[in-house]
Design a protein around this ligand. Structure first.
Ligand code: DX5
Ligand code: ZN
Length: 218
């Protein structure tokens, strides 16, 4: 089994001290950037110019999570901004395979996301097109929500399918991940754990990252 990766979400960072807060998570594996548009979700965050600066300032790979309408139009712009991976939602895209291939042509990893009420089985037919599948464990839009443990059945079905077909598609879990829930998502088969409030709400973000990693691998 490959080791668990931790991706702190800067949604819970201080947007007026982003550089400081990026330095505070240097022991993470990725930095998770939530892009929201006031349409796909009822919240608004940041766009390509800020993602570009984050990519310039941090040494970590930047994992962009698009919670926006029309990712078919906008996802390539985030690839151009320097993202390591770009995630778009099942409920927002019209042509997921075409978009994944476009991102790959740009040298960027493509990731497909499902909301809590969306099934994962429709992705099985196009699993090979993606580097990672994101299973949301909260309704997208806000940090600090309660972890939805009932999504673990979905993670398990996905893990079984990936294993059965011998793929190396990663599984990411996002929402309510903390030192307490880390072992639950890891046991279900997740590889990449996103954590916002559990990292930036902690007194020592780097320590919180280590705790999540240790608990996930315990
Ligand atoms: C929610 C975002 C998450 C959010 C997670 O829509 O996609 O990345 O920052 O925050 P926590 O870890 O606080 O649930
Ligand atoms: Zn996210």
């Amino acid at each position: 089994m490959t080791s668990i990766q931790i991706a702190p979400s800067i949604l819970s960072a201080d947007f007026c001290n982003l550089e400081r807060d990026l330095k505070a998570i240097a022991n993470a594996d990725l930095v998770h950037v939530d892009v929201m548009d006031h349409h796909f979700v009822p919240n608004l965050t940041l766009g390509e110019p800020i993602v570009k600066r984050i990519c310039e300032v941090t040494d970590l790979p930047v994992d962009v999570h698009l919670m926006i309408e029309d990712p078919d139009r906008w996802a390539p712009e985030f690839a151009k901004a320097g993202a390591y991976s770009v995630t778009f939602h099942m409920g927002a895209t019209h042509a997921p395979v075409r978009l994944a291939r476009q991102l790959h042509d740009m040298g960027v990893r493509a990731c497909f996301a499902v909301r809590p009420a969306e099934p994962v089985e429709p992705i099985f037919d196009i699993l090979e097109e993606f580097d990672m599948i994101l299973v949301m464990t909260v309704e997208p839009g806000f940090g600090g929500q309660k972890f939805l443990g009932n999504q673990m059945a979905k993670v398990r079905r996905l893990r079984d399918e990936i294993t059965r077909r011998g793929l190396d598609t990663k599984i990411q879990v996002d929402g309510g991940v903390s030192p307490t829930t880390a072992h639950i998502v890891a046991e279900a088969g997740a590889d990449v754990l996103v954590a916002g409030s559990a990292v930036y709400g902690a007194e020592d973000p780097a320590k919180a990252i280590d705790q999540i990693r240790d608990n996930a691998q315990a």
